[in-house]
Write a protein that binds this ligand. Structure first.
Ligand SMILES: NC(=O)C1=CN([C@@H]2O[C@H](COP(=O)(O)OP(=O)(O)OC[C@H]3O[C@@H](n4cnc5c(N)ncnc54)[C@H](OP(=O)(O)O)[C@@H]3O)[C@@H](O)[C@H]2O)C=CC1
Ligand SMILES: CC(=O)C(=O)O
Ligand SMILES: [Mg+2]
Length: 768
């Protein structure tokens, strides 16, 4: 049933609480739904999915329980379970009120690591009732993530479940938090030039999160005598009787101090996992030099960053929130720890796996920031330092580093039932999850690596996306970038974005204001355009100021092997320059643009999406054949549909006739190509629909190349499908140029630039 609210009011604009209520309520209540992964379209499907077919996997699992991972979703299914007794910092608000948080954790598991989750809120308040309820769920799940259960009960619950259950049981507030806190503290102390063995740590909170963090810090070298723990009663000290338990007492100090105000003097680290506003600014002056302030209570920290900064300008400050730098939150960890654990069939999440995660996160913060992470920081590119102790939760490299490290640690410590057979393949899979372009682009990158001496010249060498792409190309060995741009701008931007590559050392730089080849380039340019209205003086100015002209001349003269331009400026102007200087392949009538869309549903190519407004039948035939040649570079056999409003002669309009004529030309010129038309979009993608209209169609299966009758149809379809399918666009791939050259669109991402540069390298190495 569609529960979408049809009377949706306008979204509130100012107040965060109001916006959050609106977000949760519209367009339908909550944040989750369940989707079937198999078709259930006919009687046969019904017989397979349900009775009688379903008996077969049931009996297979009865005979061999391990096969549940093969026949059900269990291997990728985690339960997020809470009884609502310590929900964020909101306290004991009960299981029903905890549901939005648990749904939220489920969304994070799915989005960040592709893990399916049932959120389960249980009305079970004692240790025994929790343990018996949760342990009874073992047949359903591949792992259990306990959430927001208060201390000290959470310790008992987790301990007993770990002993009883044969799947990973992980209390996120304890261990997820401890892992990310440990990584941030290791990095913060390194920046402060301090050793963990020597530092004084003052903790506010003696609950699930705080005690687990302290336990892990002790394993990493912190000394118990240097740790001062406080809860609602004040300092945890030897002899205290109120609100004590065996887990807290481990940190009891022999002292007559009683409050945070008394014990904070000389502290190097404040670890807040308690409640809002507990740390008063005036206390900060007593802390040691370069203190690390971790105010991690959610949603409101122990001290707001601006107050802490005003009191201690030398402090490094972390919170659990996404609206400040240094978000220390277990979301950086739990999706990926479970990803690694599930993928190797781990029976538990042990200390070795947690340590592997700590090391992976800490090391990642010292690498350059990826483009996606930079976007998560509002467009800035922080480098490892006081405001960037740990990566952003949106950094796509988290899964690539943490999951394999955890799986390896599981294998080495003997708890992996299905060790990863090949880590390169595993990384490829994770990469595919992160960059959906990974799979389709794989043959291109493999071929580009074999042609790493090919030089790609980038017209917009000063652009951040190009600089990042150049670094990736060099790191992956997928080609040699040449950047056109002003040296001082490029140098300062490389530094600002924390990129390692250096001009002159790692890549060639062409300074348009001062290049020794300038005269030769002007001469060549004038020879090409002197008779199309450009006089010698204009030619001189253009060769100084138009980087696409410089890049295209470089390719023409053999100073570079391929050109990438169009990241900035108008498509048609870049194309004009490419046309005038590089020109078309002999025999080609017109340039055309091919676009690859990659979505969860697969890959599909569209042409002509960018160049010719109303191509003739001959031009359509030509672009289809050129597109098919290009598609073969991806290791894909092209299956082309000439699409139209008309289905196999059902209309007799000009454009339908044009597509029919194009089909005859293609059949004559490229008889090996699988193609048919003219047909409607539905027939192109559904063999069943097509066969109904044309039983002996020469196209089989689903078309992977859609050829459109004009630019309007192609470009509009591209935009709609791309947006509706949340698809990744690779392209436009310029077809018909005499030498490799591509004019990108201004919305391209840095990953998109990398994709197109790799393709250009392959075209340079294997001209057809
Ligand atoms: N950033 C992150 O990733 C995470 C943040 N957190 C945050 O940490 C906090 C605690 O969570 P969790 O450990 O799961 O909850 P618990 O209920 O297990 O522990 C809360 C602890 O805080 C203490 N406390 C409460 N109020 C005060 C106060 N005013 N002064 C001093 N101590 C106080 C409690 O003391 P007593 O027992 O005596 O009442 C208890 O020791 C929450 O705000 C939560 O949002 C938790 C997990 C992850
Ligand atoms: C982040 C989290 O798990 C908490 O605040 O409880
Ligand atoms: Mg929590």
């Amino acid at each position: 049933m569609d529960t979408t609210d049809k009377n949706k009011p306008a979204a509130p604009t100012a107040d965060l609480d109001e916006q959050a209520l609106f977000y949760h309520r519209y367009p339908r209540p909550g944040k989750l739904e369940i989707q079937a992964t198999k078709p259930l379209g006919n009687q046969r499907d019904l017989a397979l999915a349900y009775s009688p077919g379903v008996a077969a996997p049931c009996l297979a699992i009865r005979d061999e329980p391990e096969t549940a991972a093969d026949y059900t979703a269990r291997g990728n299914l985690v339960a997020v379970i809470s009884n609502g007794t310590a929900v964020l910092g909101l306290g004991n608000i009960g299981p029903l009120a905890s549901k939005p948080v648990m749904e939220g954790k489920a969304v994070l598991f799915k989005k960040f690591a592709g893990i399916d989750v049932f959120d389960i809120e249980i009305d079970a308040m004692t240790v025994d009732s929790m343990v018996s309820t949760v342990s009874a769920l073992e047949p359903t799940f591949g792992g259990i993530n306990l959430e927001d259960i208060k201390a000290p009960e959470c310790f008992e619950v987790e301990q007993q479940l770990r002993a009883k259950m044969n799947i990973p049981v992980f209390h996120d507030d304890q261990h997820g938090t401890a892992i990310i806190v440990a990584a941030a503290i290791l990095n913060g102390l390194e920046l402060a030039g301090k050793k963990i063995e020597d530092v004084k740590i003052v903790a506010s909170g003696a609950g699930a999160a705080a005690l687990a963090c302290l336990n892990l810090l002790v394993i990493l070298g912190a000394r118990r005598e240097n740790i001062w723990v406080h809860d609602i009663e004040g300092l945890v000290y030897v002899g205290r009787e109120m609100l004590m338990d065996q887990w807290k007492s481990v940190y009891a100090q022999v002292s007559d101090k009683r409050t945070l105000a008394e014990s904070i003097e000389g502290a190097d680290v404040f670890l807040g996992l308690s409640a809002a506003g507990v740390l008063k600014p005036e206390l900060l002056v007593q802390m040691a030099e370069k203190p690390l302030i971790m105010a991690l209570a959610n949603p409101t920290p122990e001290i707001m960053p601006e107050l802490a900064r005003a009191a201690r300008p030398d402090a490094m400050i972390c919170t659990g929130r996404s609206d400040f730098p240094n978000q220390v939150n277990n979301v950086l960890c739990f999706p990926y720890i479970f990803r690694g654990a599930l993928d190797c069939g781990a029976t538990t999440i042990n200390e070795e796996m947690k340590m592997a995660a700590v090391r992976a996160i800490a090391a990642l913060a010292r690498e350059e920031v990826s483009e996606v992470a930079a976007r998560a920081y509002s467009g800035e590119s922080p480098t490892f330092g006081p405001n960037y102790l740990i990566p952003s939760p949106f950094d796509p490299r988290l899964i690539l580093r943490i999951a394999p490290a955890v799986a390896k640690a599981a294998e080495e410590s003997g708890v992996a039932r299905r060790p990863i057979a090949d880590y390169d393949t595993y990384l490829d899979q994770l990469n595919r999850f992160v960059f959906r372009s990974g799979f389709v682009m794989k043959p291109i990158f493999a071929a580009a690596k074999k042609a790493s001496d090919k030089r790609v010249i980038f017209a917009e060498g000063e652009d951040e996306r190009v600089l990042r792409a150049a670094q990736v190309l060099l790191e992956e060995g997928s080609g040699k970038p040449i950047l056109i741009g002003r040296p001082h701008i490029i140098e300062s931007r490389l530094q600002r974005f924390g990129l390692r590559i250096r001009p002159g050392v790692d890549f060639e730089l062409v300074n348009p204001e001062d290049d020794p080849r300038y005269r030769d380039y002007v001469e060549d340019y004038f020879a090409l355009v002197g008779r199309v209205g450009i006089n010698p003086e204009a030619a001189r100015t253009i060769v100084r100021t138009n980087n696409t002209v410089i890049g295209a001349l470089a390719v023409r003269r053999g100073d570079a092997d391929a050109l990438i331009c169009g990241v900035e400026g108008r498509f048609d102007r870049h194309l004009r320059d490419v046309g005038q200087i590089i020109g078309k392949k002999p025999g080609v009538r017109a340039f055309s643009g091919l676009s690859l869309l990659i979505s969860q549903r697969g890959a599909i190519f569209f042409t002509d999406t960018f160049v010719t407004y109303n191509p003739s039948a001959a031009e359509i035939a030509e672009m289809t054949i050129l597109a098919a040649q290009e598609i073969r570079r991806f290791g894909i056999t092209p299956r082309a549909a000439l699409v139209s409003h008309s289905n196999f002669g059902s209309r007799d309009s000009d454009s339908a006739r044009k597509m029919r004529e194009a089909l005859q030309l293609i059949r004559a010129q490229a008889p090996e190509l699988e193609v048919d038309g003219e047909m409607q979009g539905g027939s192109a993608l559904s063999e069943a629909l097509r066969k109904r209209a044309m039983p002996d169609s020469t196209l089989t299966g689903e078309a992977n190349l859609l050829v459109f009758p004009n630019l309007d149809a192609a470009n509009i379809s591209l935009g709609i499908v791309r947006t509706m399918m949340d698809a990744l666009h690779v392209g436009p791939i310029l077809l018909g140029a005499a030498l490799p050259a591509h004019v990108l669109s201004t919305s391209v991402t840095s990953r998109g630039v990398v994709n197109m540069a790799a393709l250009a390298v392959v075209e340079a190495a294997q001209p057809d």
